[in-house]
Design a protein around this ligand. Structure first.
Ligand code: NAD
Length: 510
């Protein structure tokens, strides 16, 4: 048994999830390998749920919802408060399990759990703030108001790269809104999902919430499809590739369900002549290389003014040369592995295509760079910078790996045009000390993304703001601001407290 396997099994025990491999029913086909990208080792094999199992889980969640919707929202908040407390208690263990299963460095694994704690705090506060409006009516002796009611069972489909935070962004809000949640995690990150489920069960016990409010179903796309097609699931929140979103959205729409889509990005940073380059270099390196380029908000394109391009590229190359690559469990590592062989191949292929398009590899691109006893079998690469003569097809695609394309501009108008000339619209940033450029970038004629930042990179969002993007990113918003409304249904109520029955628009009828 590898060290990684032993550690994962110990953590699962401490989080109350037991040994999930022992829990697979006798005779079930163990078709789901749970592996760690750290060393490629198979930790064990789990069994996919069938479409009938998904239906049963939705049925149980629906029964729980029927009780939960009548519980006052501030009391529902107590369940999420307990969940937040358990996450605080188990932050180190769950953060390490995220590192083991998704391959992100320990500090980012812990950061992801902190994000869960933060959203629980936000949701507990929200549980006393799920307010509607009172609206002036044209009829005397009447009152018109809006109320927000619980929606039902929320289906959550999540990606491998934020294996626990994405569930919590959805679940914490859905629970205080009075919903139940059925979660289909990525088939690459099932163990962290089972750990979260164990914590949610314990939180429900402590808070006296109904059983089965939170459910997990395991499997690949077929299991996701069963959830997507279930008419008892009024909202499907799906996070993953644009390809997946384009398959999910029409299926949900065909039954007139709602979907909340958080899909791929192709995020850029404009670096203007006035930029503070010390700041820009730090912001760019974190955004491009953090999580080994496997964040939806990872920086993939730098659009730099021609007058400072050479200096910026040289400084970036110097910074890239010092990045420690290796096991994400080693606290000195800054670049962990890619998630699997397919990602590894996509990295190499994209660099070759960029070179064929006339790009120059400035630094990086080497593969299998961290082979050692601890990492043998993992897919480690040296983050790459490619200087491009223009925005070719490969630059316009999202390659989920640490490749940073450098594009050059001469006028600010051209920079904005290049910036927006991709299909995706998730996150963006500008480094400038020119207030006109900064304000233009975040204005209606600037960045067309859901997130537009000034003097910070595009990745590393806080939970207080609404998170999501436009165009091929899917248009969904999660997390803070008024994102909670997606998890509720709105009712408009007109109450007549008079003795008359005036009709709207002055209509006369008997
Ligand atoms: P993926 O699309 O391969 O899988 C995501 C999830 O969808 C998995 O659970 C998978 O089993 C499921 N799935 C796939 N096809 C499906 C279908 N037809 N019906 C139902 N379910 C289906 O994505 P991935 O490789 O796990 O994650 C990387 C991608 O996710 C990147 O494109 C990244 O940008 C994106 N992402 C976006 C956000 C965001 O908030 N915008 C956050 C994280 C990741």
């Amino acid at each position: 048994m590898s060290d990684v396997t032993t550690r994962a099994l110990e953590i699962l025990q401490r989080l109350g999830a037991g040994n999930p491999f022992d829990a697979v029913p006798e005779g079930a086909q163990r078709d789901l390998p749970a592996t760690s990208p750290i060393d490629g080792h198979e930790i064990g094999r789990l069994a996919s749920h069938s479409a009938a199992d998904v239906g049963d889980a939705v049925g149980r969640a629906h029964d729980a919802f029927l009780q939960w919707r009548s519980v006052p929202a501030p009391v529902r908040g107590q369940f999420v408060r307990e969940l937040g407390e358990l996450l605080r208690e188990h932050k180190d263990d769950l953060g390490a399990l995220v590192s083991i299963e998704a391959g992100k460095i320990l500090s980012e694994g812990l950061g992801e759990v902190q994000e869960m704690i933060d959203i629980c705090d936000l949701a507990v506060g929200l549980s006393r703030q799920l307010h509607g409006l009172t609206i002036a009516t044209e009829r005397p002796g009447h009152r018109m108001m809006e109320q927000w009611h619980p929606l039902g069972v929320v289906g959550v489909i999540s990606a491998f790269n934020f294996p626990v935070a994405v569930w919590s962004w959805n679940a914490a809000l859905a629970f205080v809104c009075g919903d139940a949640v059925v979660w289909k995690p990525s088939e690459k990150t099932m163990l962290t999902a089972l750990a979260c489920q164990a914590l949610a069960d314990e939180a429900a016990r402590r808070a006296g919430a109904p059983e089965h409010l939170s459910q997990v179903v395991l499997g690949a796309r077929e299991v996701g499809e069963a959830l997507v097609d279930d008419p008892r699931v009024p909202l499907v929140s799906a996070t993953g590739s644009t390809r997946m979103g384009k398959e999910v959205a029409p299926r949900v729409a065909a039954r007139l369900g709602r979907s909340l889509l958080e899909l791929g990005g192709n995020n850029a940073a404009v670096v203007a002549p006035s930029a503070d380059l010390d700041l820009a270099v730090r912001g760019i390196v974190f955004s491009a290389v953090g999580t080994a380029g496997q964040r939806c908000t990872s920086l993939r394109r730098v659009i730099v003014h021609e007058s400072i391009k050479d200096e910026l590229v040289e400084r970036l190359a110097k910074a890239y040369a010092t990045l420690p690559i290796g096991s994400p469990l080693d606290p000195t590592t800054l670049v962990g592995p890619l998630v699997d062989e397919a990602s590894f191949r996509a990295f190499g292929d994209a660099i070759s295509r960029a070179q064929a398009d006339g790009g120059t590899l400035v630094t990086g691109g080497a593969q299998d760079v961290a082979a050692s006893d601890a990492t043998g079998g993992g897919y480690y690469v040296q983050p790459a910078i490619v200087d491009m003569p223009g925005q070719t097809d490969v630059v316009k695609e999202e390659t989920f790996a640490p490749i940073l394309y450098v594009l050059t501009y001469s006028s600010f108008v051209d920079a904005l045009a290049l910036h927006n000339d991709v299909a995706q619209g998730l996150s963006s940033s500008i480094f400038t000390l020119d207030v006109r450029e900064a304000e233009t970038f975040v204005s209606a004629v600037g960045s067309d993304c859901g997130i537009a930042n000034v003097n910070i990179g595009p990745s590393g969002a806080e939970i207080g703001g609404a998170f999501g993007g436009e165009k091929d990113t899917g248009g969904g918003r999660e997390s803070g601001s008024d994102a909670w409304r997606a998890y509720m249904r709105r009712a408009t109520n007109t109450v007549n407290y008079s003795t008359e029955l005036p009709l709207a628009q002055g209509v006369e009828f008997v």
